[in-house]
Design a binder for this molecule. Sequence first.
Ligand code: 6LW
Length: 528
Amino acid sequence: MALAKNPILAGFYPDPSICAVGHDFYLVNSTFSYFPGIPVWHSRDLAHWEQIGNVMERESQLPLYGCGHSEGLFAPSIRYDEGTFYVACTNVSGGGSFIVTAADPAGPWSEPYYLEGAAGIDPSLFFDDDGSCYYIGTHPNPEGCRYDGDWYLWIQELDLKTMRLIGKAKDVWHGAMRRVVWPEGPHLYKKNGYYYILYAEGGTESHHAVAVCRSRSILGPYENNPCNPILTHRHLGQSYPIQCVGHGDLVETPSGEWYMVLLATRPLEGCTTLGRETFLARVVWENDWPVVNPGVGRLTSEVRTGLAVWEMEKAEFDGRKCYRFGEMKRLDAAFLFLRNPDRSKYRLCSGEGLRLAYGGCLLTRKASPVYLGLRQRHHCFRAEAVLDLPVSDGETGIALLQNNEYHLRLALIRPKGTEEIVLRVYLCEKGIDHLLAKESVSVNQTDHRAAVRLTLEVRGIAAAVEAYGGCGEAAVLREVDIRSLSTETAGGFAGCTVGLYAAGGCETDPDIIYRSFLYDAEQWNTIK
Ligand code: 6LW
């Protein structure tokens, strides 16, 4: 039987939602200001996952102009009914809550149907046995918020033919605890004649929790589970390695076993750089209530599923991947841009590499800098870029990006009118650049191809920088404190990404050519 290792999706994969279709499981996550939006994962054993696409791949589906780093797409949900997949989500930066549909979860997905009257966030759909469909979400207390986070879970019928909410919205649940904050991320299920709402409360930080209520009728009244919250780590103390446990979704396997996917974090010394990640837990039912990891009551490092091991068609991502751009026909689904990218500034050239255009804005702007990132999926990893000699006095190099105001940049520059190549290491905090190091990189000026190798090594909350110019190795910085690239300092909902960028210089400067980009990790499992 398959053994799932937690987190099942390491790195910035928050707000997981899951559905089963026969023996196949599909899972989605939120992406905020990154593009494309909402990765779609496929698995047959809940342990091994492969990304089969992204839901929001076209600019027409996903306007993100000028949005803040943790704005854009909030928590999506995925459901399947009668041959159609549905993803419901909210673009908090434009359009609000919407539904997209697809016959194949790998895509293409439809244009968004924006839902009039769907205030708030975290939409999810429920298909009842009689063919009706209901929307559930969370919105501010309609009588006025008495305190921050005074929100209500609400349900309304949805007409699938017109994609419009019909009838009346009903506030059904305020939370299990008194004066609770942020009842959110709700999902509806039906089992044994009960409707269940599984949802999060306490806020997505250290008080996060999963709770549940039930009713015989979809519009309530809902009854509190006396065991609520059914899962939280809020009582385990701040030094417990897994924190912020909440925002779950349930799934039933063909043999009738139940599992929950949910988010949690793995901070180091109180610093979360990886963001919120996707975990798995086992669920059993007792007295018509779900019990999570019975006998344990918290997340475990491994979950033995009752499903046969799935031999994935594609090679599994084992923490090491080298992208040789000259050999790639198109970019992997795992790559991320910021907001709405100008695709003409990124060109894959066969036999050569990836050409990034200079002339764009710095990463500090809430715009679309030229940046191509991958999620940081491990506490410890090495990123290595091989590029041709920079020709511009603009910047190019590797960035470790928490958000536009907090990031580390390994910036290669050729100062105007010189033959010199300089590496500047900047730590940007609160939007202000701090120059940590400046080093001349000795390069072979006669060989313009593949002349510079830039390395960023991250070891938890510290980083090191190296540059190699073909004429000698240079450890530029051995120890950079990157604690500020954590959500505790930077705020927001995102995890770090690591990527290649180009900024400044002149529009007419030749592009910079990247030959390869390596992500190499040494898994650091901190769960005891
Ligand atoms: C999301 C909310 C939450 O919409 O955080 O953890 C918000 N839960 O449900 C952003 O991810």
